[in-house]
Design a protein around this ligand. Structure first.
Ligand code: APR
Length: 238
């Protein structure tokens, strides 16, 4: 019987691909159609907020029809049924992990369905379009409302907590991420240094695939439920 005490799972856009949400760096990915420097940096927002709002408004609208897939549900099942602690750290700004039932969840790159006021730093659930005219419900000022997402050049959320989790982890899995964006791409090194077993689950070998002890390649909706089932069987839970 193998029971890990603390499992940390990093997820990326590949996990939501089969829910119909585009990834970033695949052939038809979001960054093949948009320039990062025009839509996903604080400078872009200062220069042309309408363009940045338009980019995120489109993505927010696209989320209305997206539902969690078998991989999201499998990770929620793992958290529910595994005898050790399971935490999901996601780079995804979609709400699909929580929709599937995951509770110990860190949105390190923020959440598209929240707005952040640049003036008073209040956060509000947000399902409609944002624009420069929107008034912050907390401070009443217009022009400061932005998507609550982490842009390139900004510090991802809850990093101290994430590093503490990685130092304590005995299993680290990275699922559906190309392993190109730091600091997330460096988590496997931290987990290895802490002595964790490391697994990559991805459609194809990622940039950092050689850093993982175990590699499982295939679509997330196939390989993640199988992997979760194996972990539960090994822990004597099924
Ligand atoms: N199942 C598993 N993996 C998949 C699937 C699938 N069905 N489809 C695609 N993938 C893999 C791709 O092979 C790729 O390695 O998912 C990965 C997605 O990589 P990216 O598009 O780079 O997405 P991600 O790693 O999440 O990007 C990190 O970059 O632009 C930023 O802030 C954005 O959070 C994002 C960060």
């Amino acid at each position: 019987m193998v029971v890990y005490k603390r499992i940390v799972i990093l997820t990326g856009a590949g996990l939501s691909a089969e829910s119909g949400l585009a990834t970033f760096r695949d052939k038809d990915g979001i960054w093949s159609k948009y320039d990062i420097n025009e839509v996903a940096t604080p400078e872009a927002f200062a220069r042309n907020p309408a363009k940045v709002h338009d980019f995120y408004n489109q993505r927010r609208r696209g989320m209305k029809n997206a539902a969690p897939n078998a991989a999201h549900f499998a990770l929620a099942r793992l958290e529910r049924e595994y005898p050790g602690e399971v935490t999901v750290v996601t780079q995804n700004i979609d709400p699909l992990h929580e929709a599937a039932g995951t509770q110990r969840l860190i949105h390190m790159h923020g959440e598209l369905l929240k707005a952040l006021c640049a003036y008073c730093e209040a956060r509000h659930p947000w399902h409609d379009d944002l624009s420069t005219e929107i008034v912050c419900p907390s401070c009443g000022r217009a022009g400061g409302m932005r998507p609550d997402v982490v842009w390139f050049g900004e510090m991802p959320y809850r990093m101290d907590e994430i590093y503490d989790l990685l130092y304590e982890a005995d299993l680290f899995a990275s699922i559906g991420t190309s392993g190109t964006v730091y600091p997330a791409a460096g988590f496997v090194r931290e987990a290895r240094a802490a002595g964790a077993h490391t697994v990559e689950l991805n459609l194809e070998p990622s940039e950092g695939a050689s850093l993982f002890a175990e590699k499982i390649h295939g679509p997330a909706t196939v390989v993640v439920p199988q992997w979760v089932e194996r972990l539960l069987v090994k822990a004597g839970q099924t």
